[in-house]
Design a protein. Structure first.
Length: 235
């Protein structure tokens, strides 16, 4: 196994009086494709948001490469997120969407141009630089959202149910694309889904969550063959 990259220690998270996460402990390794699997409301998206810096835990801490990042804002973490709703800017073309984060960082025009070209090739959308994002299909928009995230060279890419809006055939195609992209980039993916087939087909490690805590961690094979969770066993 690759070396440890992320560690969540004894995480509690409340929204008001409702506890979303209870004593959550999780280790994520370099170059791992780790999937958080569970039904709606089990805490998987909250876990993702804590890693991304969009939420703070009420108890516990988050370590990145041995450093405590619990209170670091999102822009200071080596993490990028692809949300369920792709959040593309409709007033910008494809290239401008991909370049957005790089421009904020003050990168040169030549650097940005090269990165856009590389990212579009990675997601099989060569030549789409000046396309209108609103005219793209759901699958193409999803690829642009991934391209926009990866040009920032994160060590971790967080994906919050990014395939849920796609039809079955396109979803299966994008599952294969994501695995390919992850291999080419050599970075860590943390993927959130409620779809068991999706989790089992793509992941190195599956983390089954239930009502705010981790119920099982294992390879796709072990989770499928020896499920400890009724959500998995019943599908």
């Amino acid at each position: 196994m690759e070396k440890e990259l992320l560690r969540l220690e004894h995480i509690d998270k409340f929204y008001g009086s409702r506890q979303i996460l209870e004593d959550l402990n999780l280790v994520i390794h370099e170059n791992e494709f780790l999937t958080l699997l569970g039904p709606s409301g089990c805490g998987k998206t909250t876990t993702l948001r804590l890693i991304g810096g969009f939420e703070r835990p009420d108890k516990g801490r988050i370590l990145f490469d041995g450093q405590d990042i619990t209170n670091l804002p999102p822009e200071r973490r080596q993490v990028n997120t692809v949300f369920q709703k792709y959040s593309l800017f409709s007033n910008m073309d494809v290239a401008e969407n991909i370049a957005f984060g790089l421009k904020i960082k003050g990168k040169s025009a030549a650097y940005i141009r090269d990165k856009i070209k590389y990212a579009l090739k990675l997601v099989n959308l060569d030549g789409y630089e000046h396309a209108d994002v609103t005219a793209l299909s759901g699958g193409q928009q999803q690829r642009i959202a991934i391209a926009r995230a990866v040009v920032n060279e994160p060590k971790v890419l967080l994906l919050d149910e990014p395939l849920s809006a796609l039809d079955l055939k396109l979803r299966q195609s994008m599952q294969r694309e994501l695995v390919k992209i992850k291999r080419e980039l050599g970075i860590t993916f943390v993927f959130v889904t409620h779809d068991q087939e999706e989790a089992l087909s793509m992941s190195d490690t599956v983390v089954v969550m239930n009502q705010g805590w981790v119920q099982q961690i294992g390879t796709p094979e072990s989770v499928y063959n020896e499920p400890e969770n009724a959500f998995v066993a019943g599908h």
